[in-house]
Ligand binder design. Structure first.
Ligand SMILES: N[C@@H](CCC(=O)N[C@@H](CS)C(=O)NCC(=O)O)C(=O)O
Length: 233
């Protein structure tokens, strides 16, 4: 049976990519073992399972690795198509639209997030990345209006592909807000997204998975930056 075999997820609690996979596993009520990785000293299992990128998440299904978060989410949705709600729409056109916006999120929001937190060298570079993130979020405000057709989520009545992809970043948004002293998802600029964020965070599959402690995230950021600095020596 396609869906048989144990599930093990290698992750890091702050990772937007890991969080989206965990939300989908929860949405489908699939039992899995979660293994917290240490990116400063990666396990042999992680290195052996994702030798190309050496990154989390890795989903091991019956011992076989699946890599790349968007690929993992779609794999789960396909293998457990009859279990719990679907993440991708059934209609091929709507599925293409959802994939388009999910790719947009990682391309525009994800790249700005990398610079804001990890790679910027000056406050000017950070401010430029914040502007790019804000512009992308304004575009996503329009996408939410179109995709949701007035319903609570990008996926309509329930959490869908774009919801989990964007929702994975919410923990870090809270940390960035604290760092820059303004809100990335600002109810005045993007009111639909602000309401969406409340609904997403309150949804059962996201509870305990989407971080809500900005100070803890910022502490973890210092650890990550120290690991990155030691790697580049
Ligand atoms: N495109 C990948 C990105 C995964 C990624 O960048 N993961 C980070 C954690 S947020 C990682 O494991 N980085 C490895 C490292 O820092 O060495 C995905 O969607 O899964």
């Amino acid at each position: 049976m396609a869906g048989s075999g144990e599930l093990k997820l290698l992750g890091v609690w702050t990772s937007p990519y890991v969080i989206r996979v965990r939300v989908v596993l929860n949405l489908k009520s699939l039992p899995y073992e979660y293994v917290e990785e240490n990116l400063g000293s990666k396990s042999a299992l992680l290195l052996g399972s994702n030798p190309v990128h050496k990154s989390v998440p890795v989903l091991l299904h019956g011992g076989r690795p699946v890599n790349e978060s968007q690929v993992i989410v779609q794999y789960i949705d396909e293998v457990w198509a009859g279990t719990g709600p679907s993440v991708l729409p059934a209609d091929p056109y709507e599925r293409a639209v959802a994939r388009f916006w999910a790719a947009y999120v990682d391309d525009k929001v994800g790249s700005a997030w990398q610079v804001m937190l990890f790679t910027c060298k000056t406050e000017e570079e950070r401010a430029e990345a914040v502007s790019r993130a804000l512009a992308a979020l304004e575009t996503l405000e329009g996408a939410l209006a179109e995709c949701s057709k007035g319903k609570p989520f990008f996926g309509g009545d329930g959490i869908g592909f774009v919801d989990v992809v964007l929702g994975g970043y919410l923990g870090w948004f809270g940390a960035v807000d604290k760092m820059i002293g303004r809100r990335l998802i600002d109810p005045a600029r993007t009111p639909l997204l602000a309401k969406w964020e409340e609904r997403f965070r309150a949804a059962e599959p996201a509870k305990g998975v989407v971080p809500d402690d900005a100070d803890k995230m910022l502490d973890f950021l210092r650890t990550l930056l120290a690991w990155n600095a030691s790697k580049s020596k």
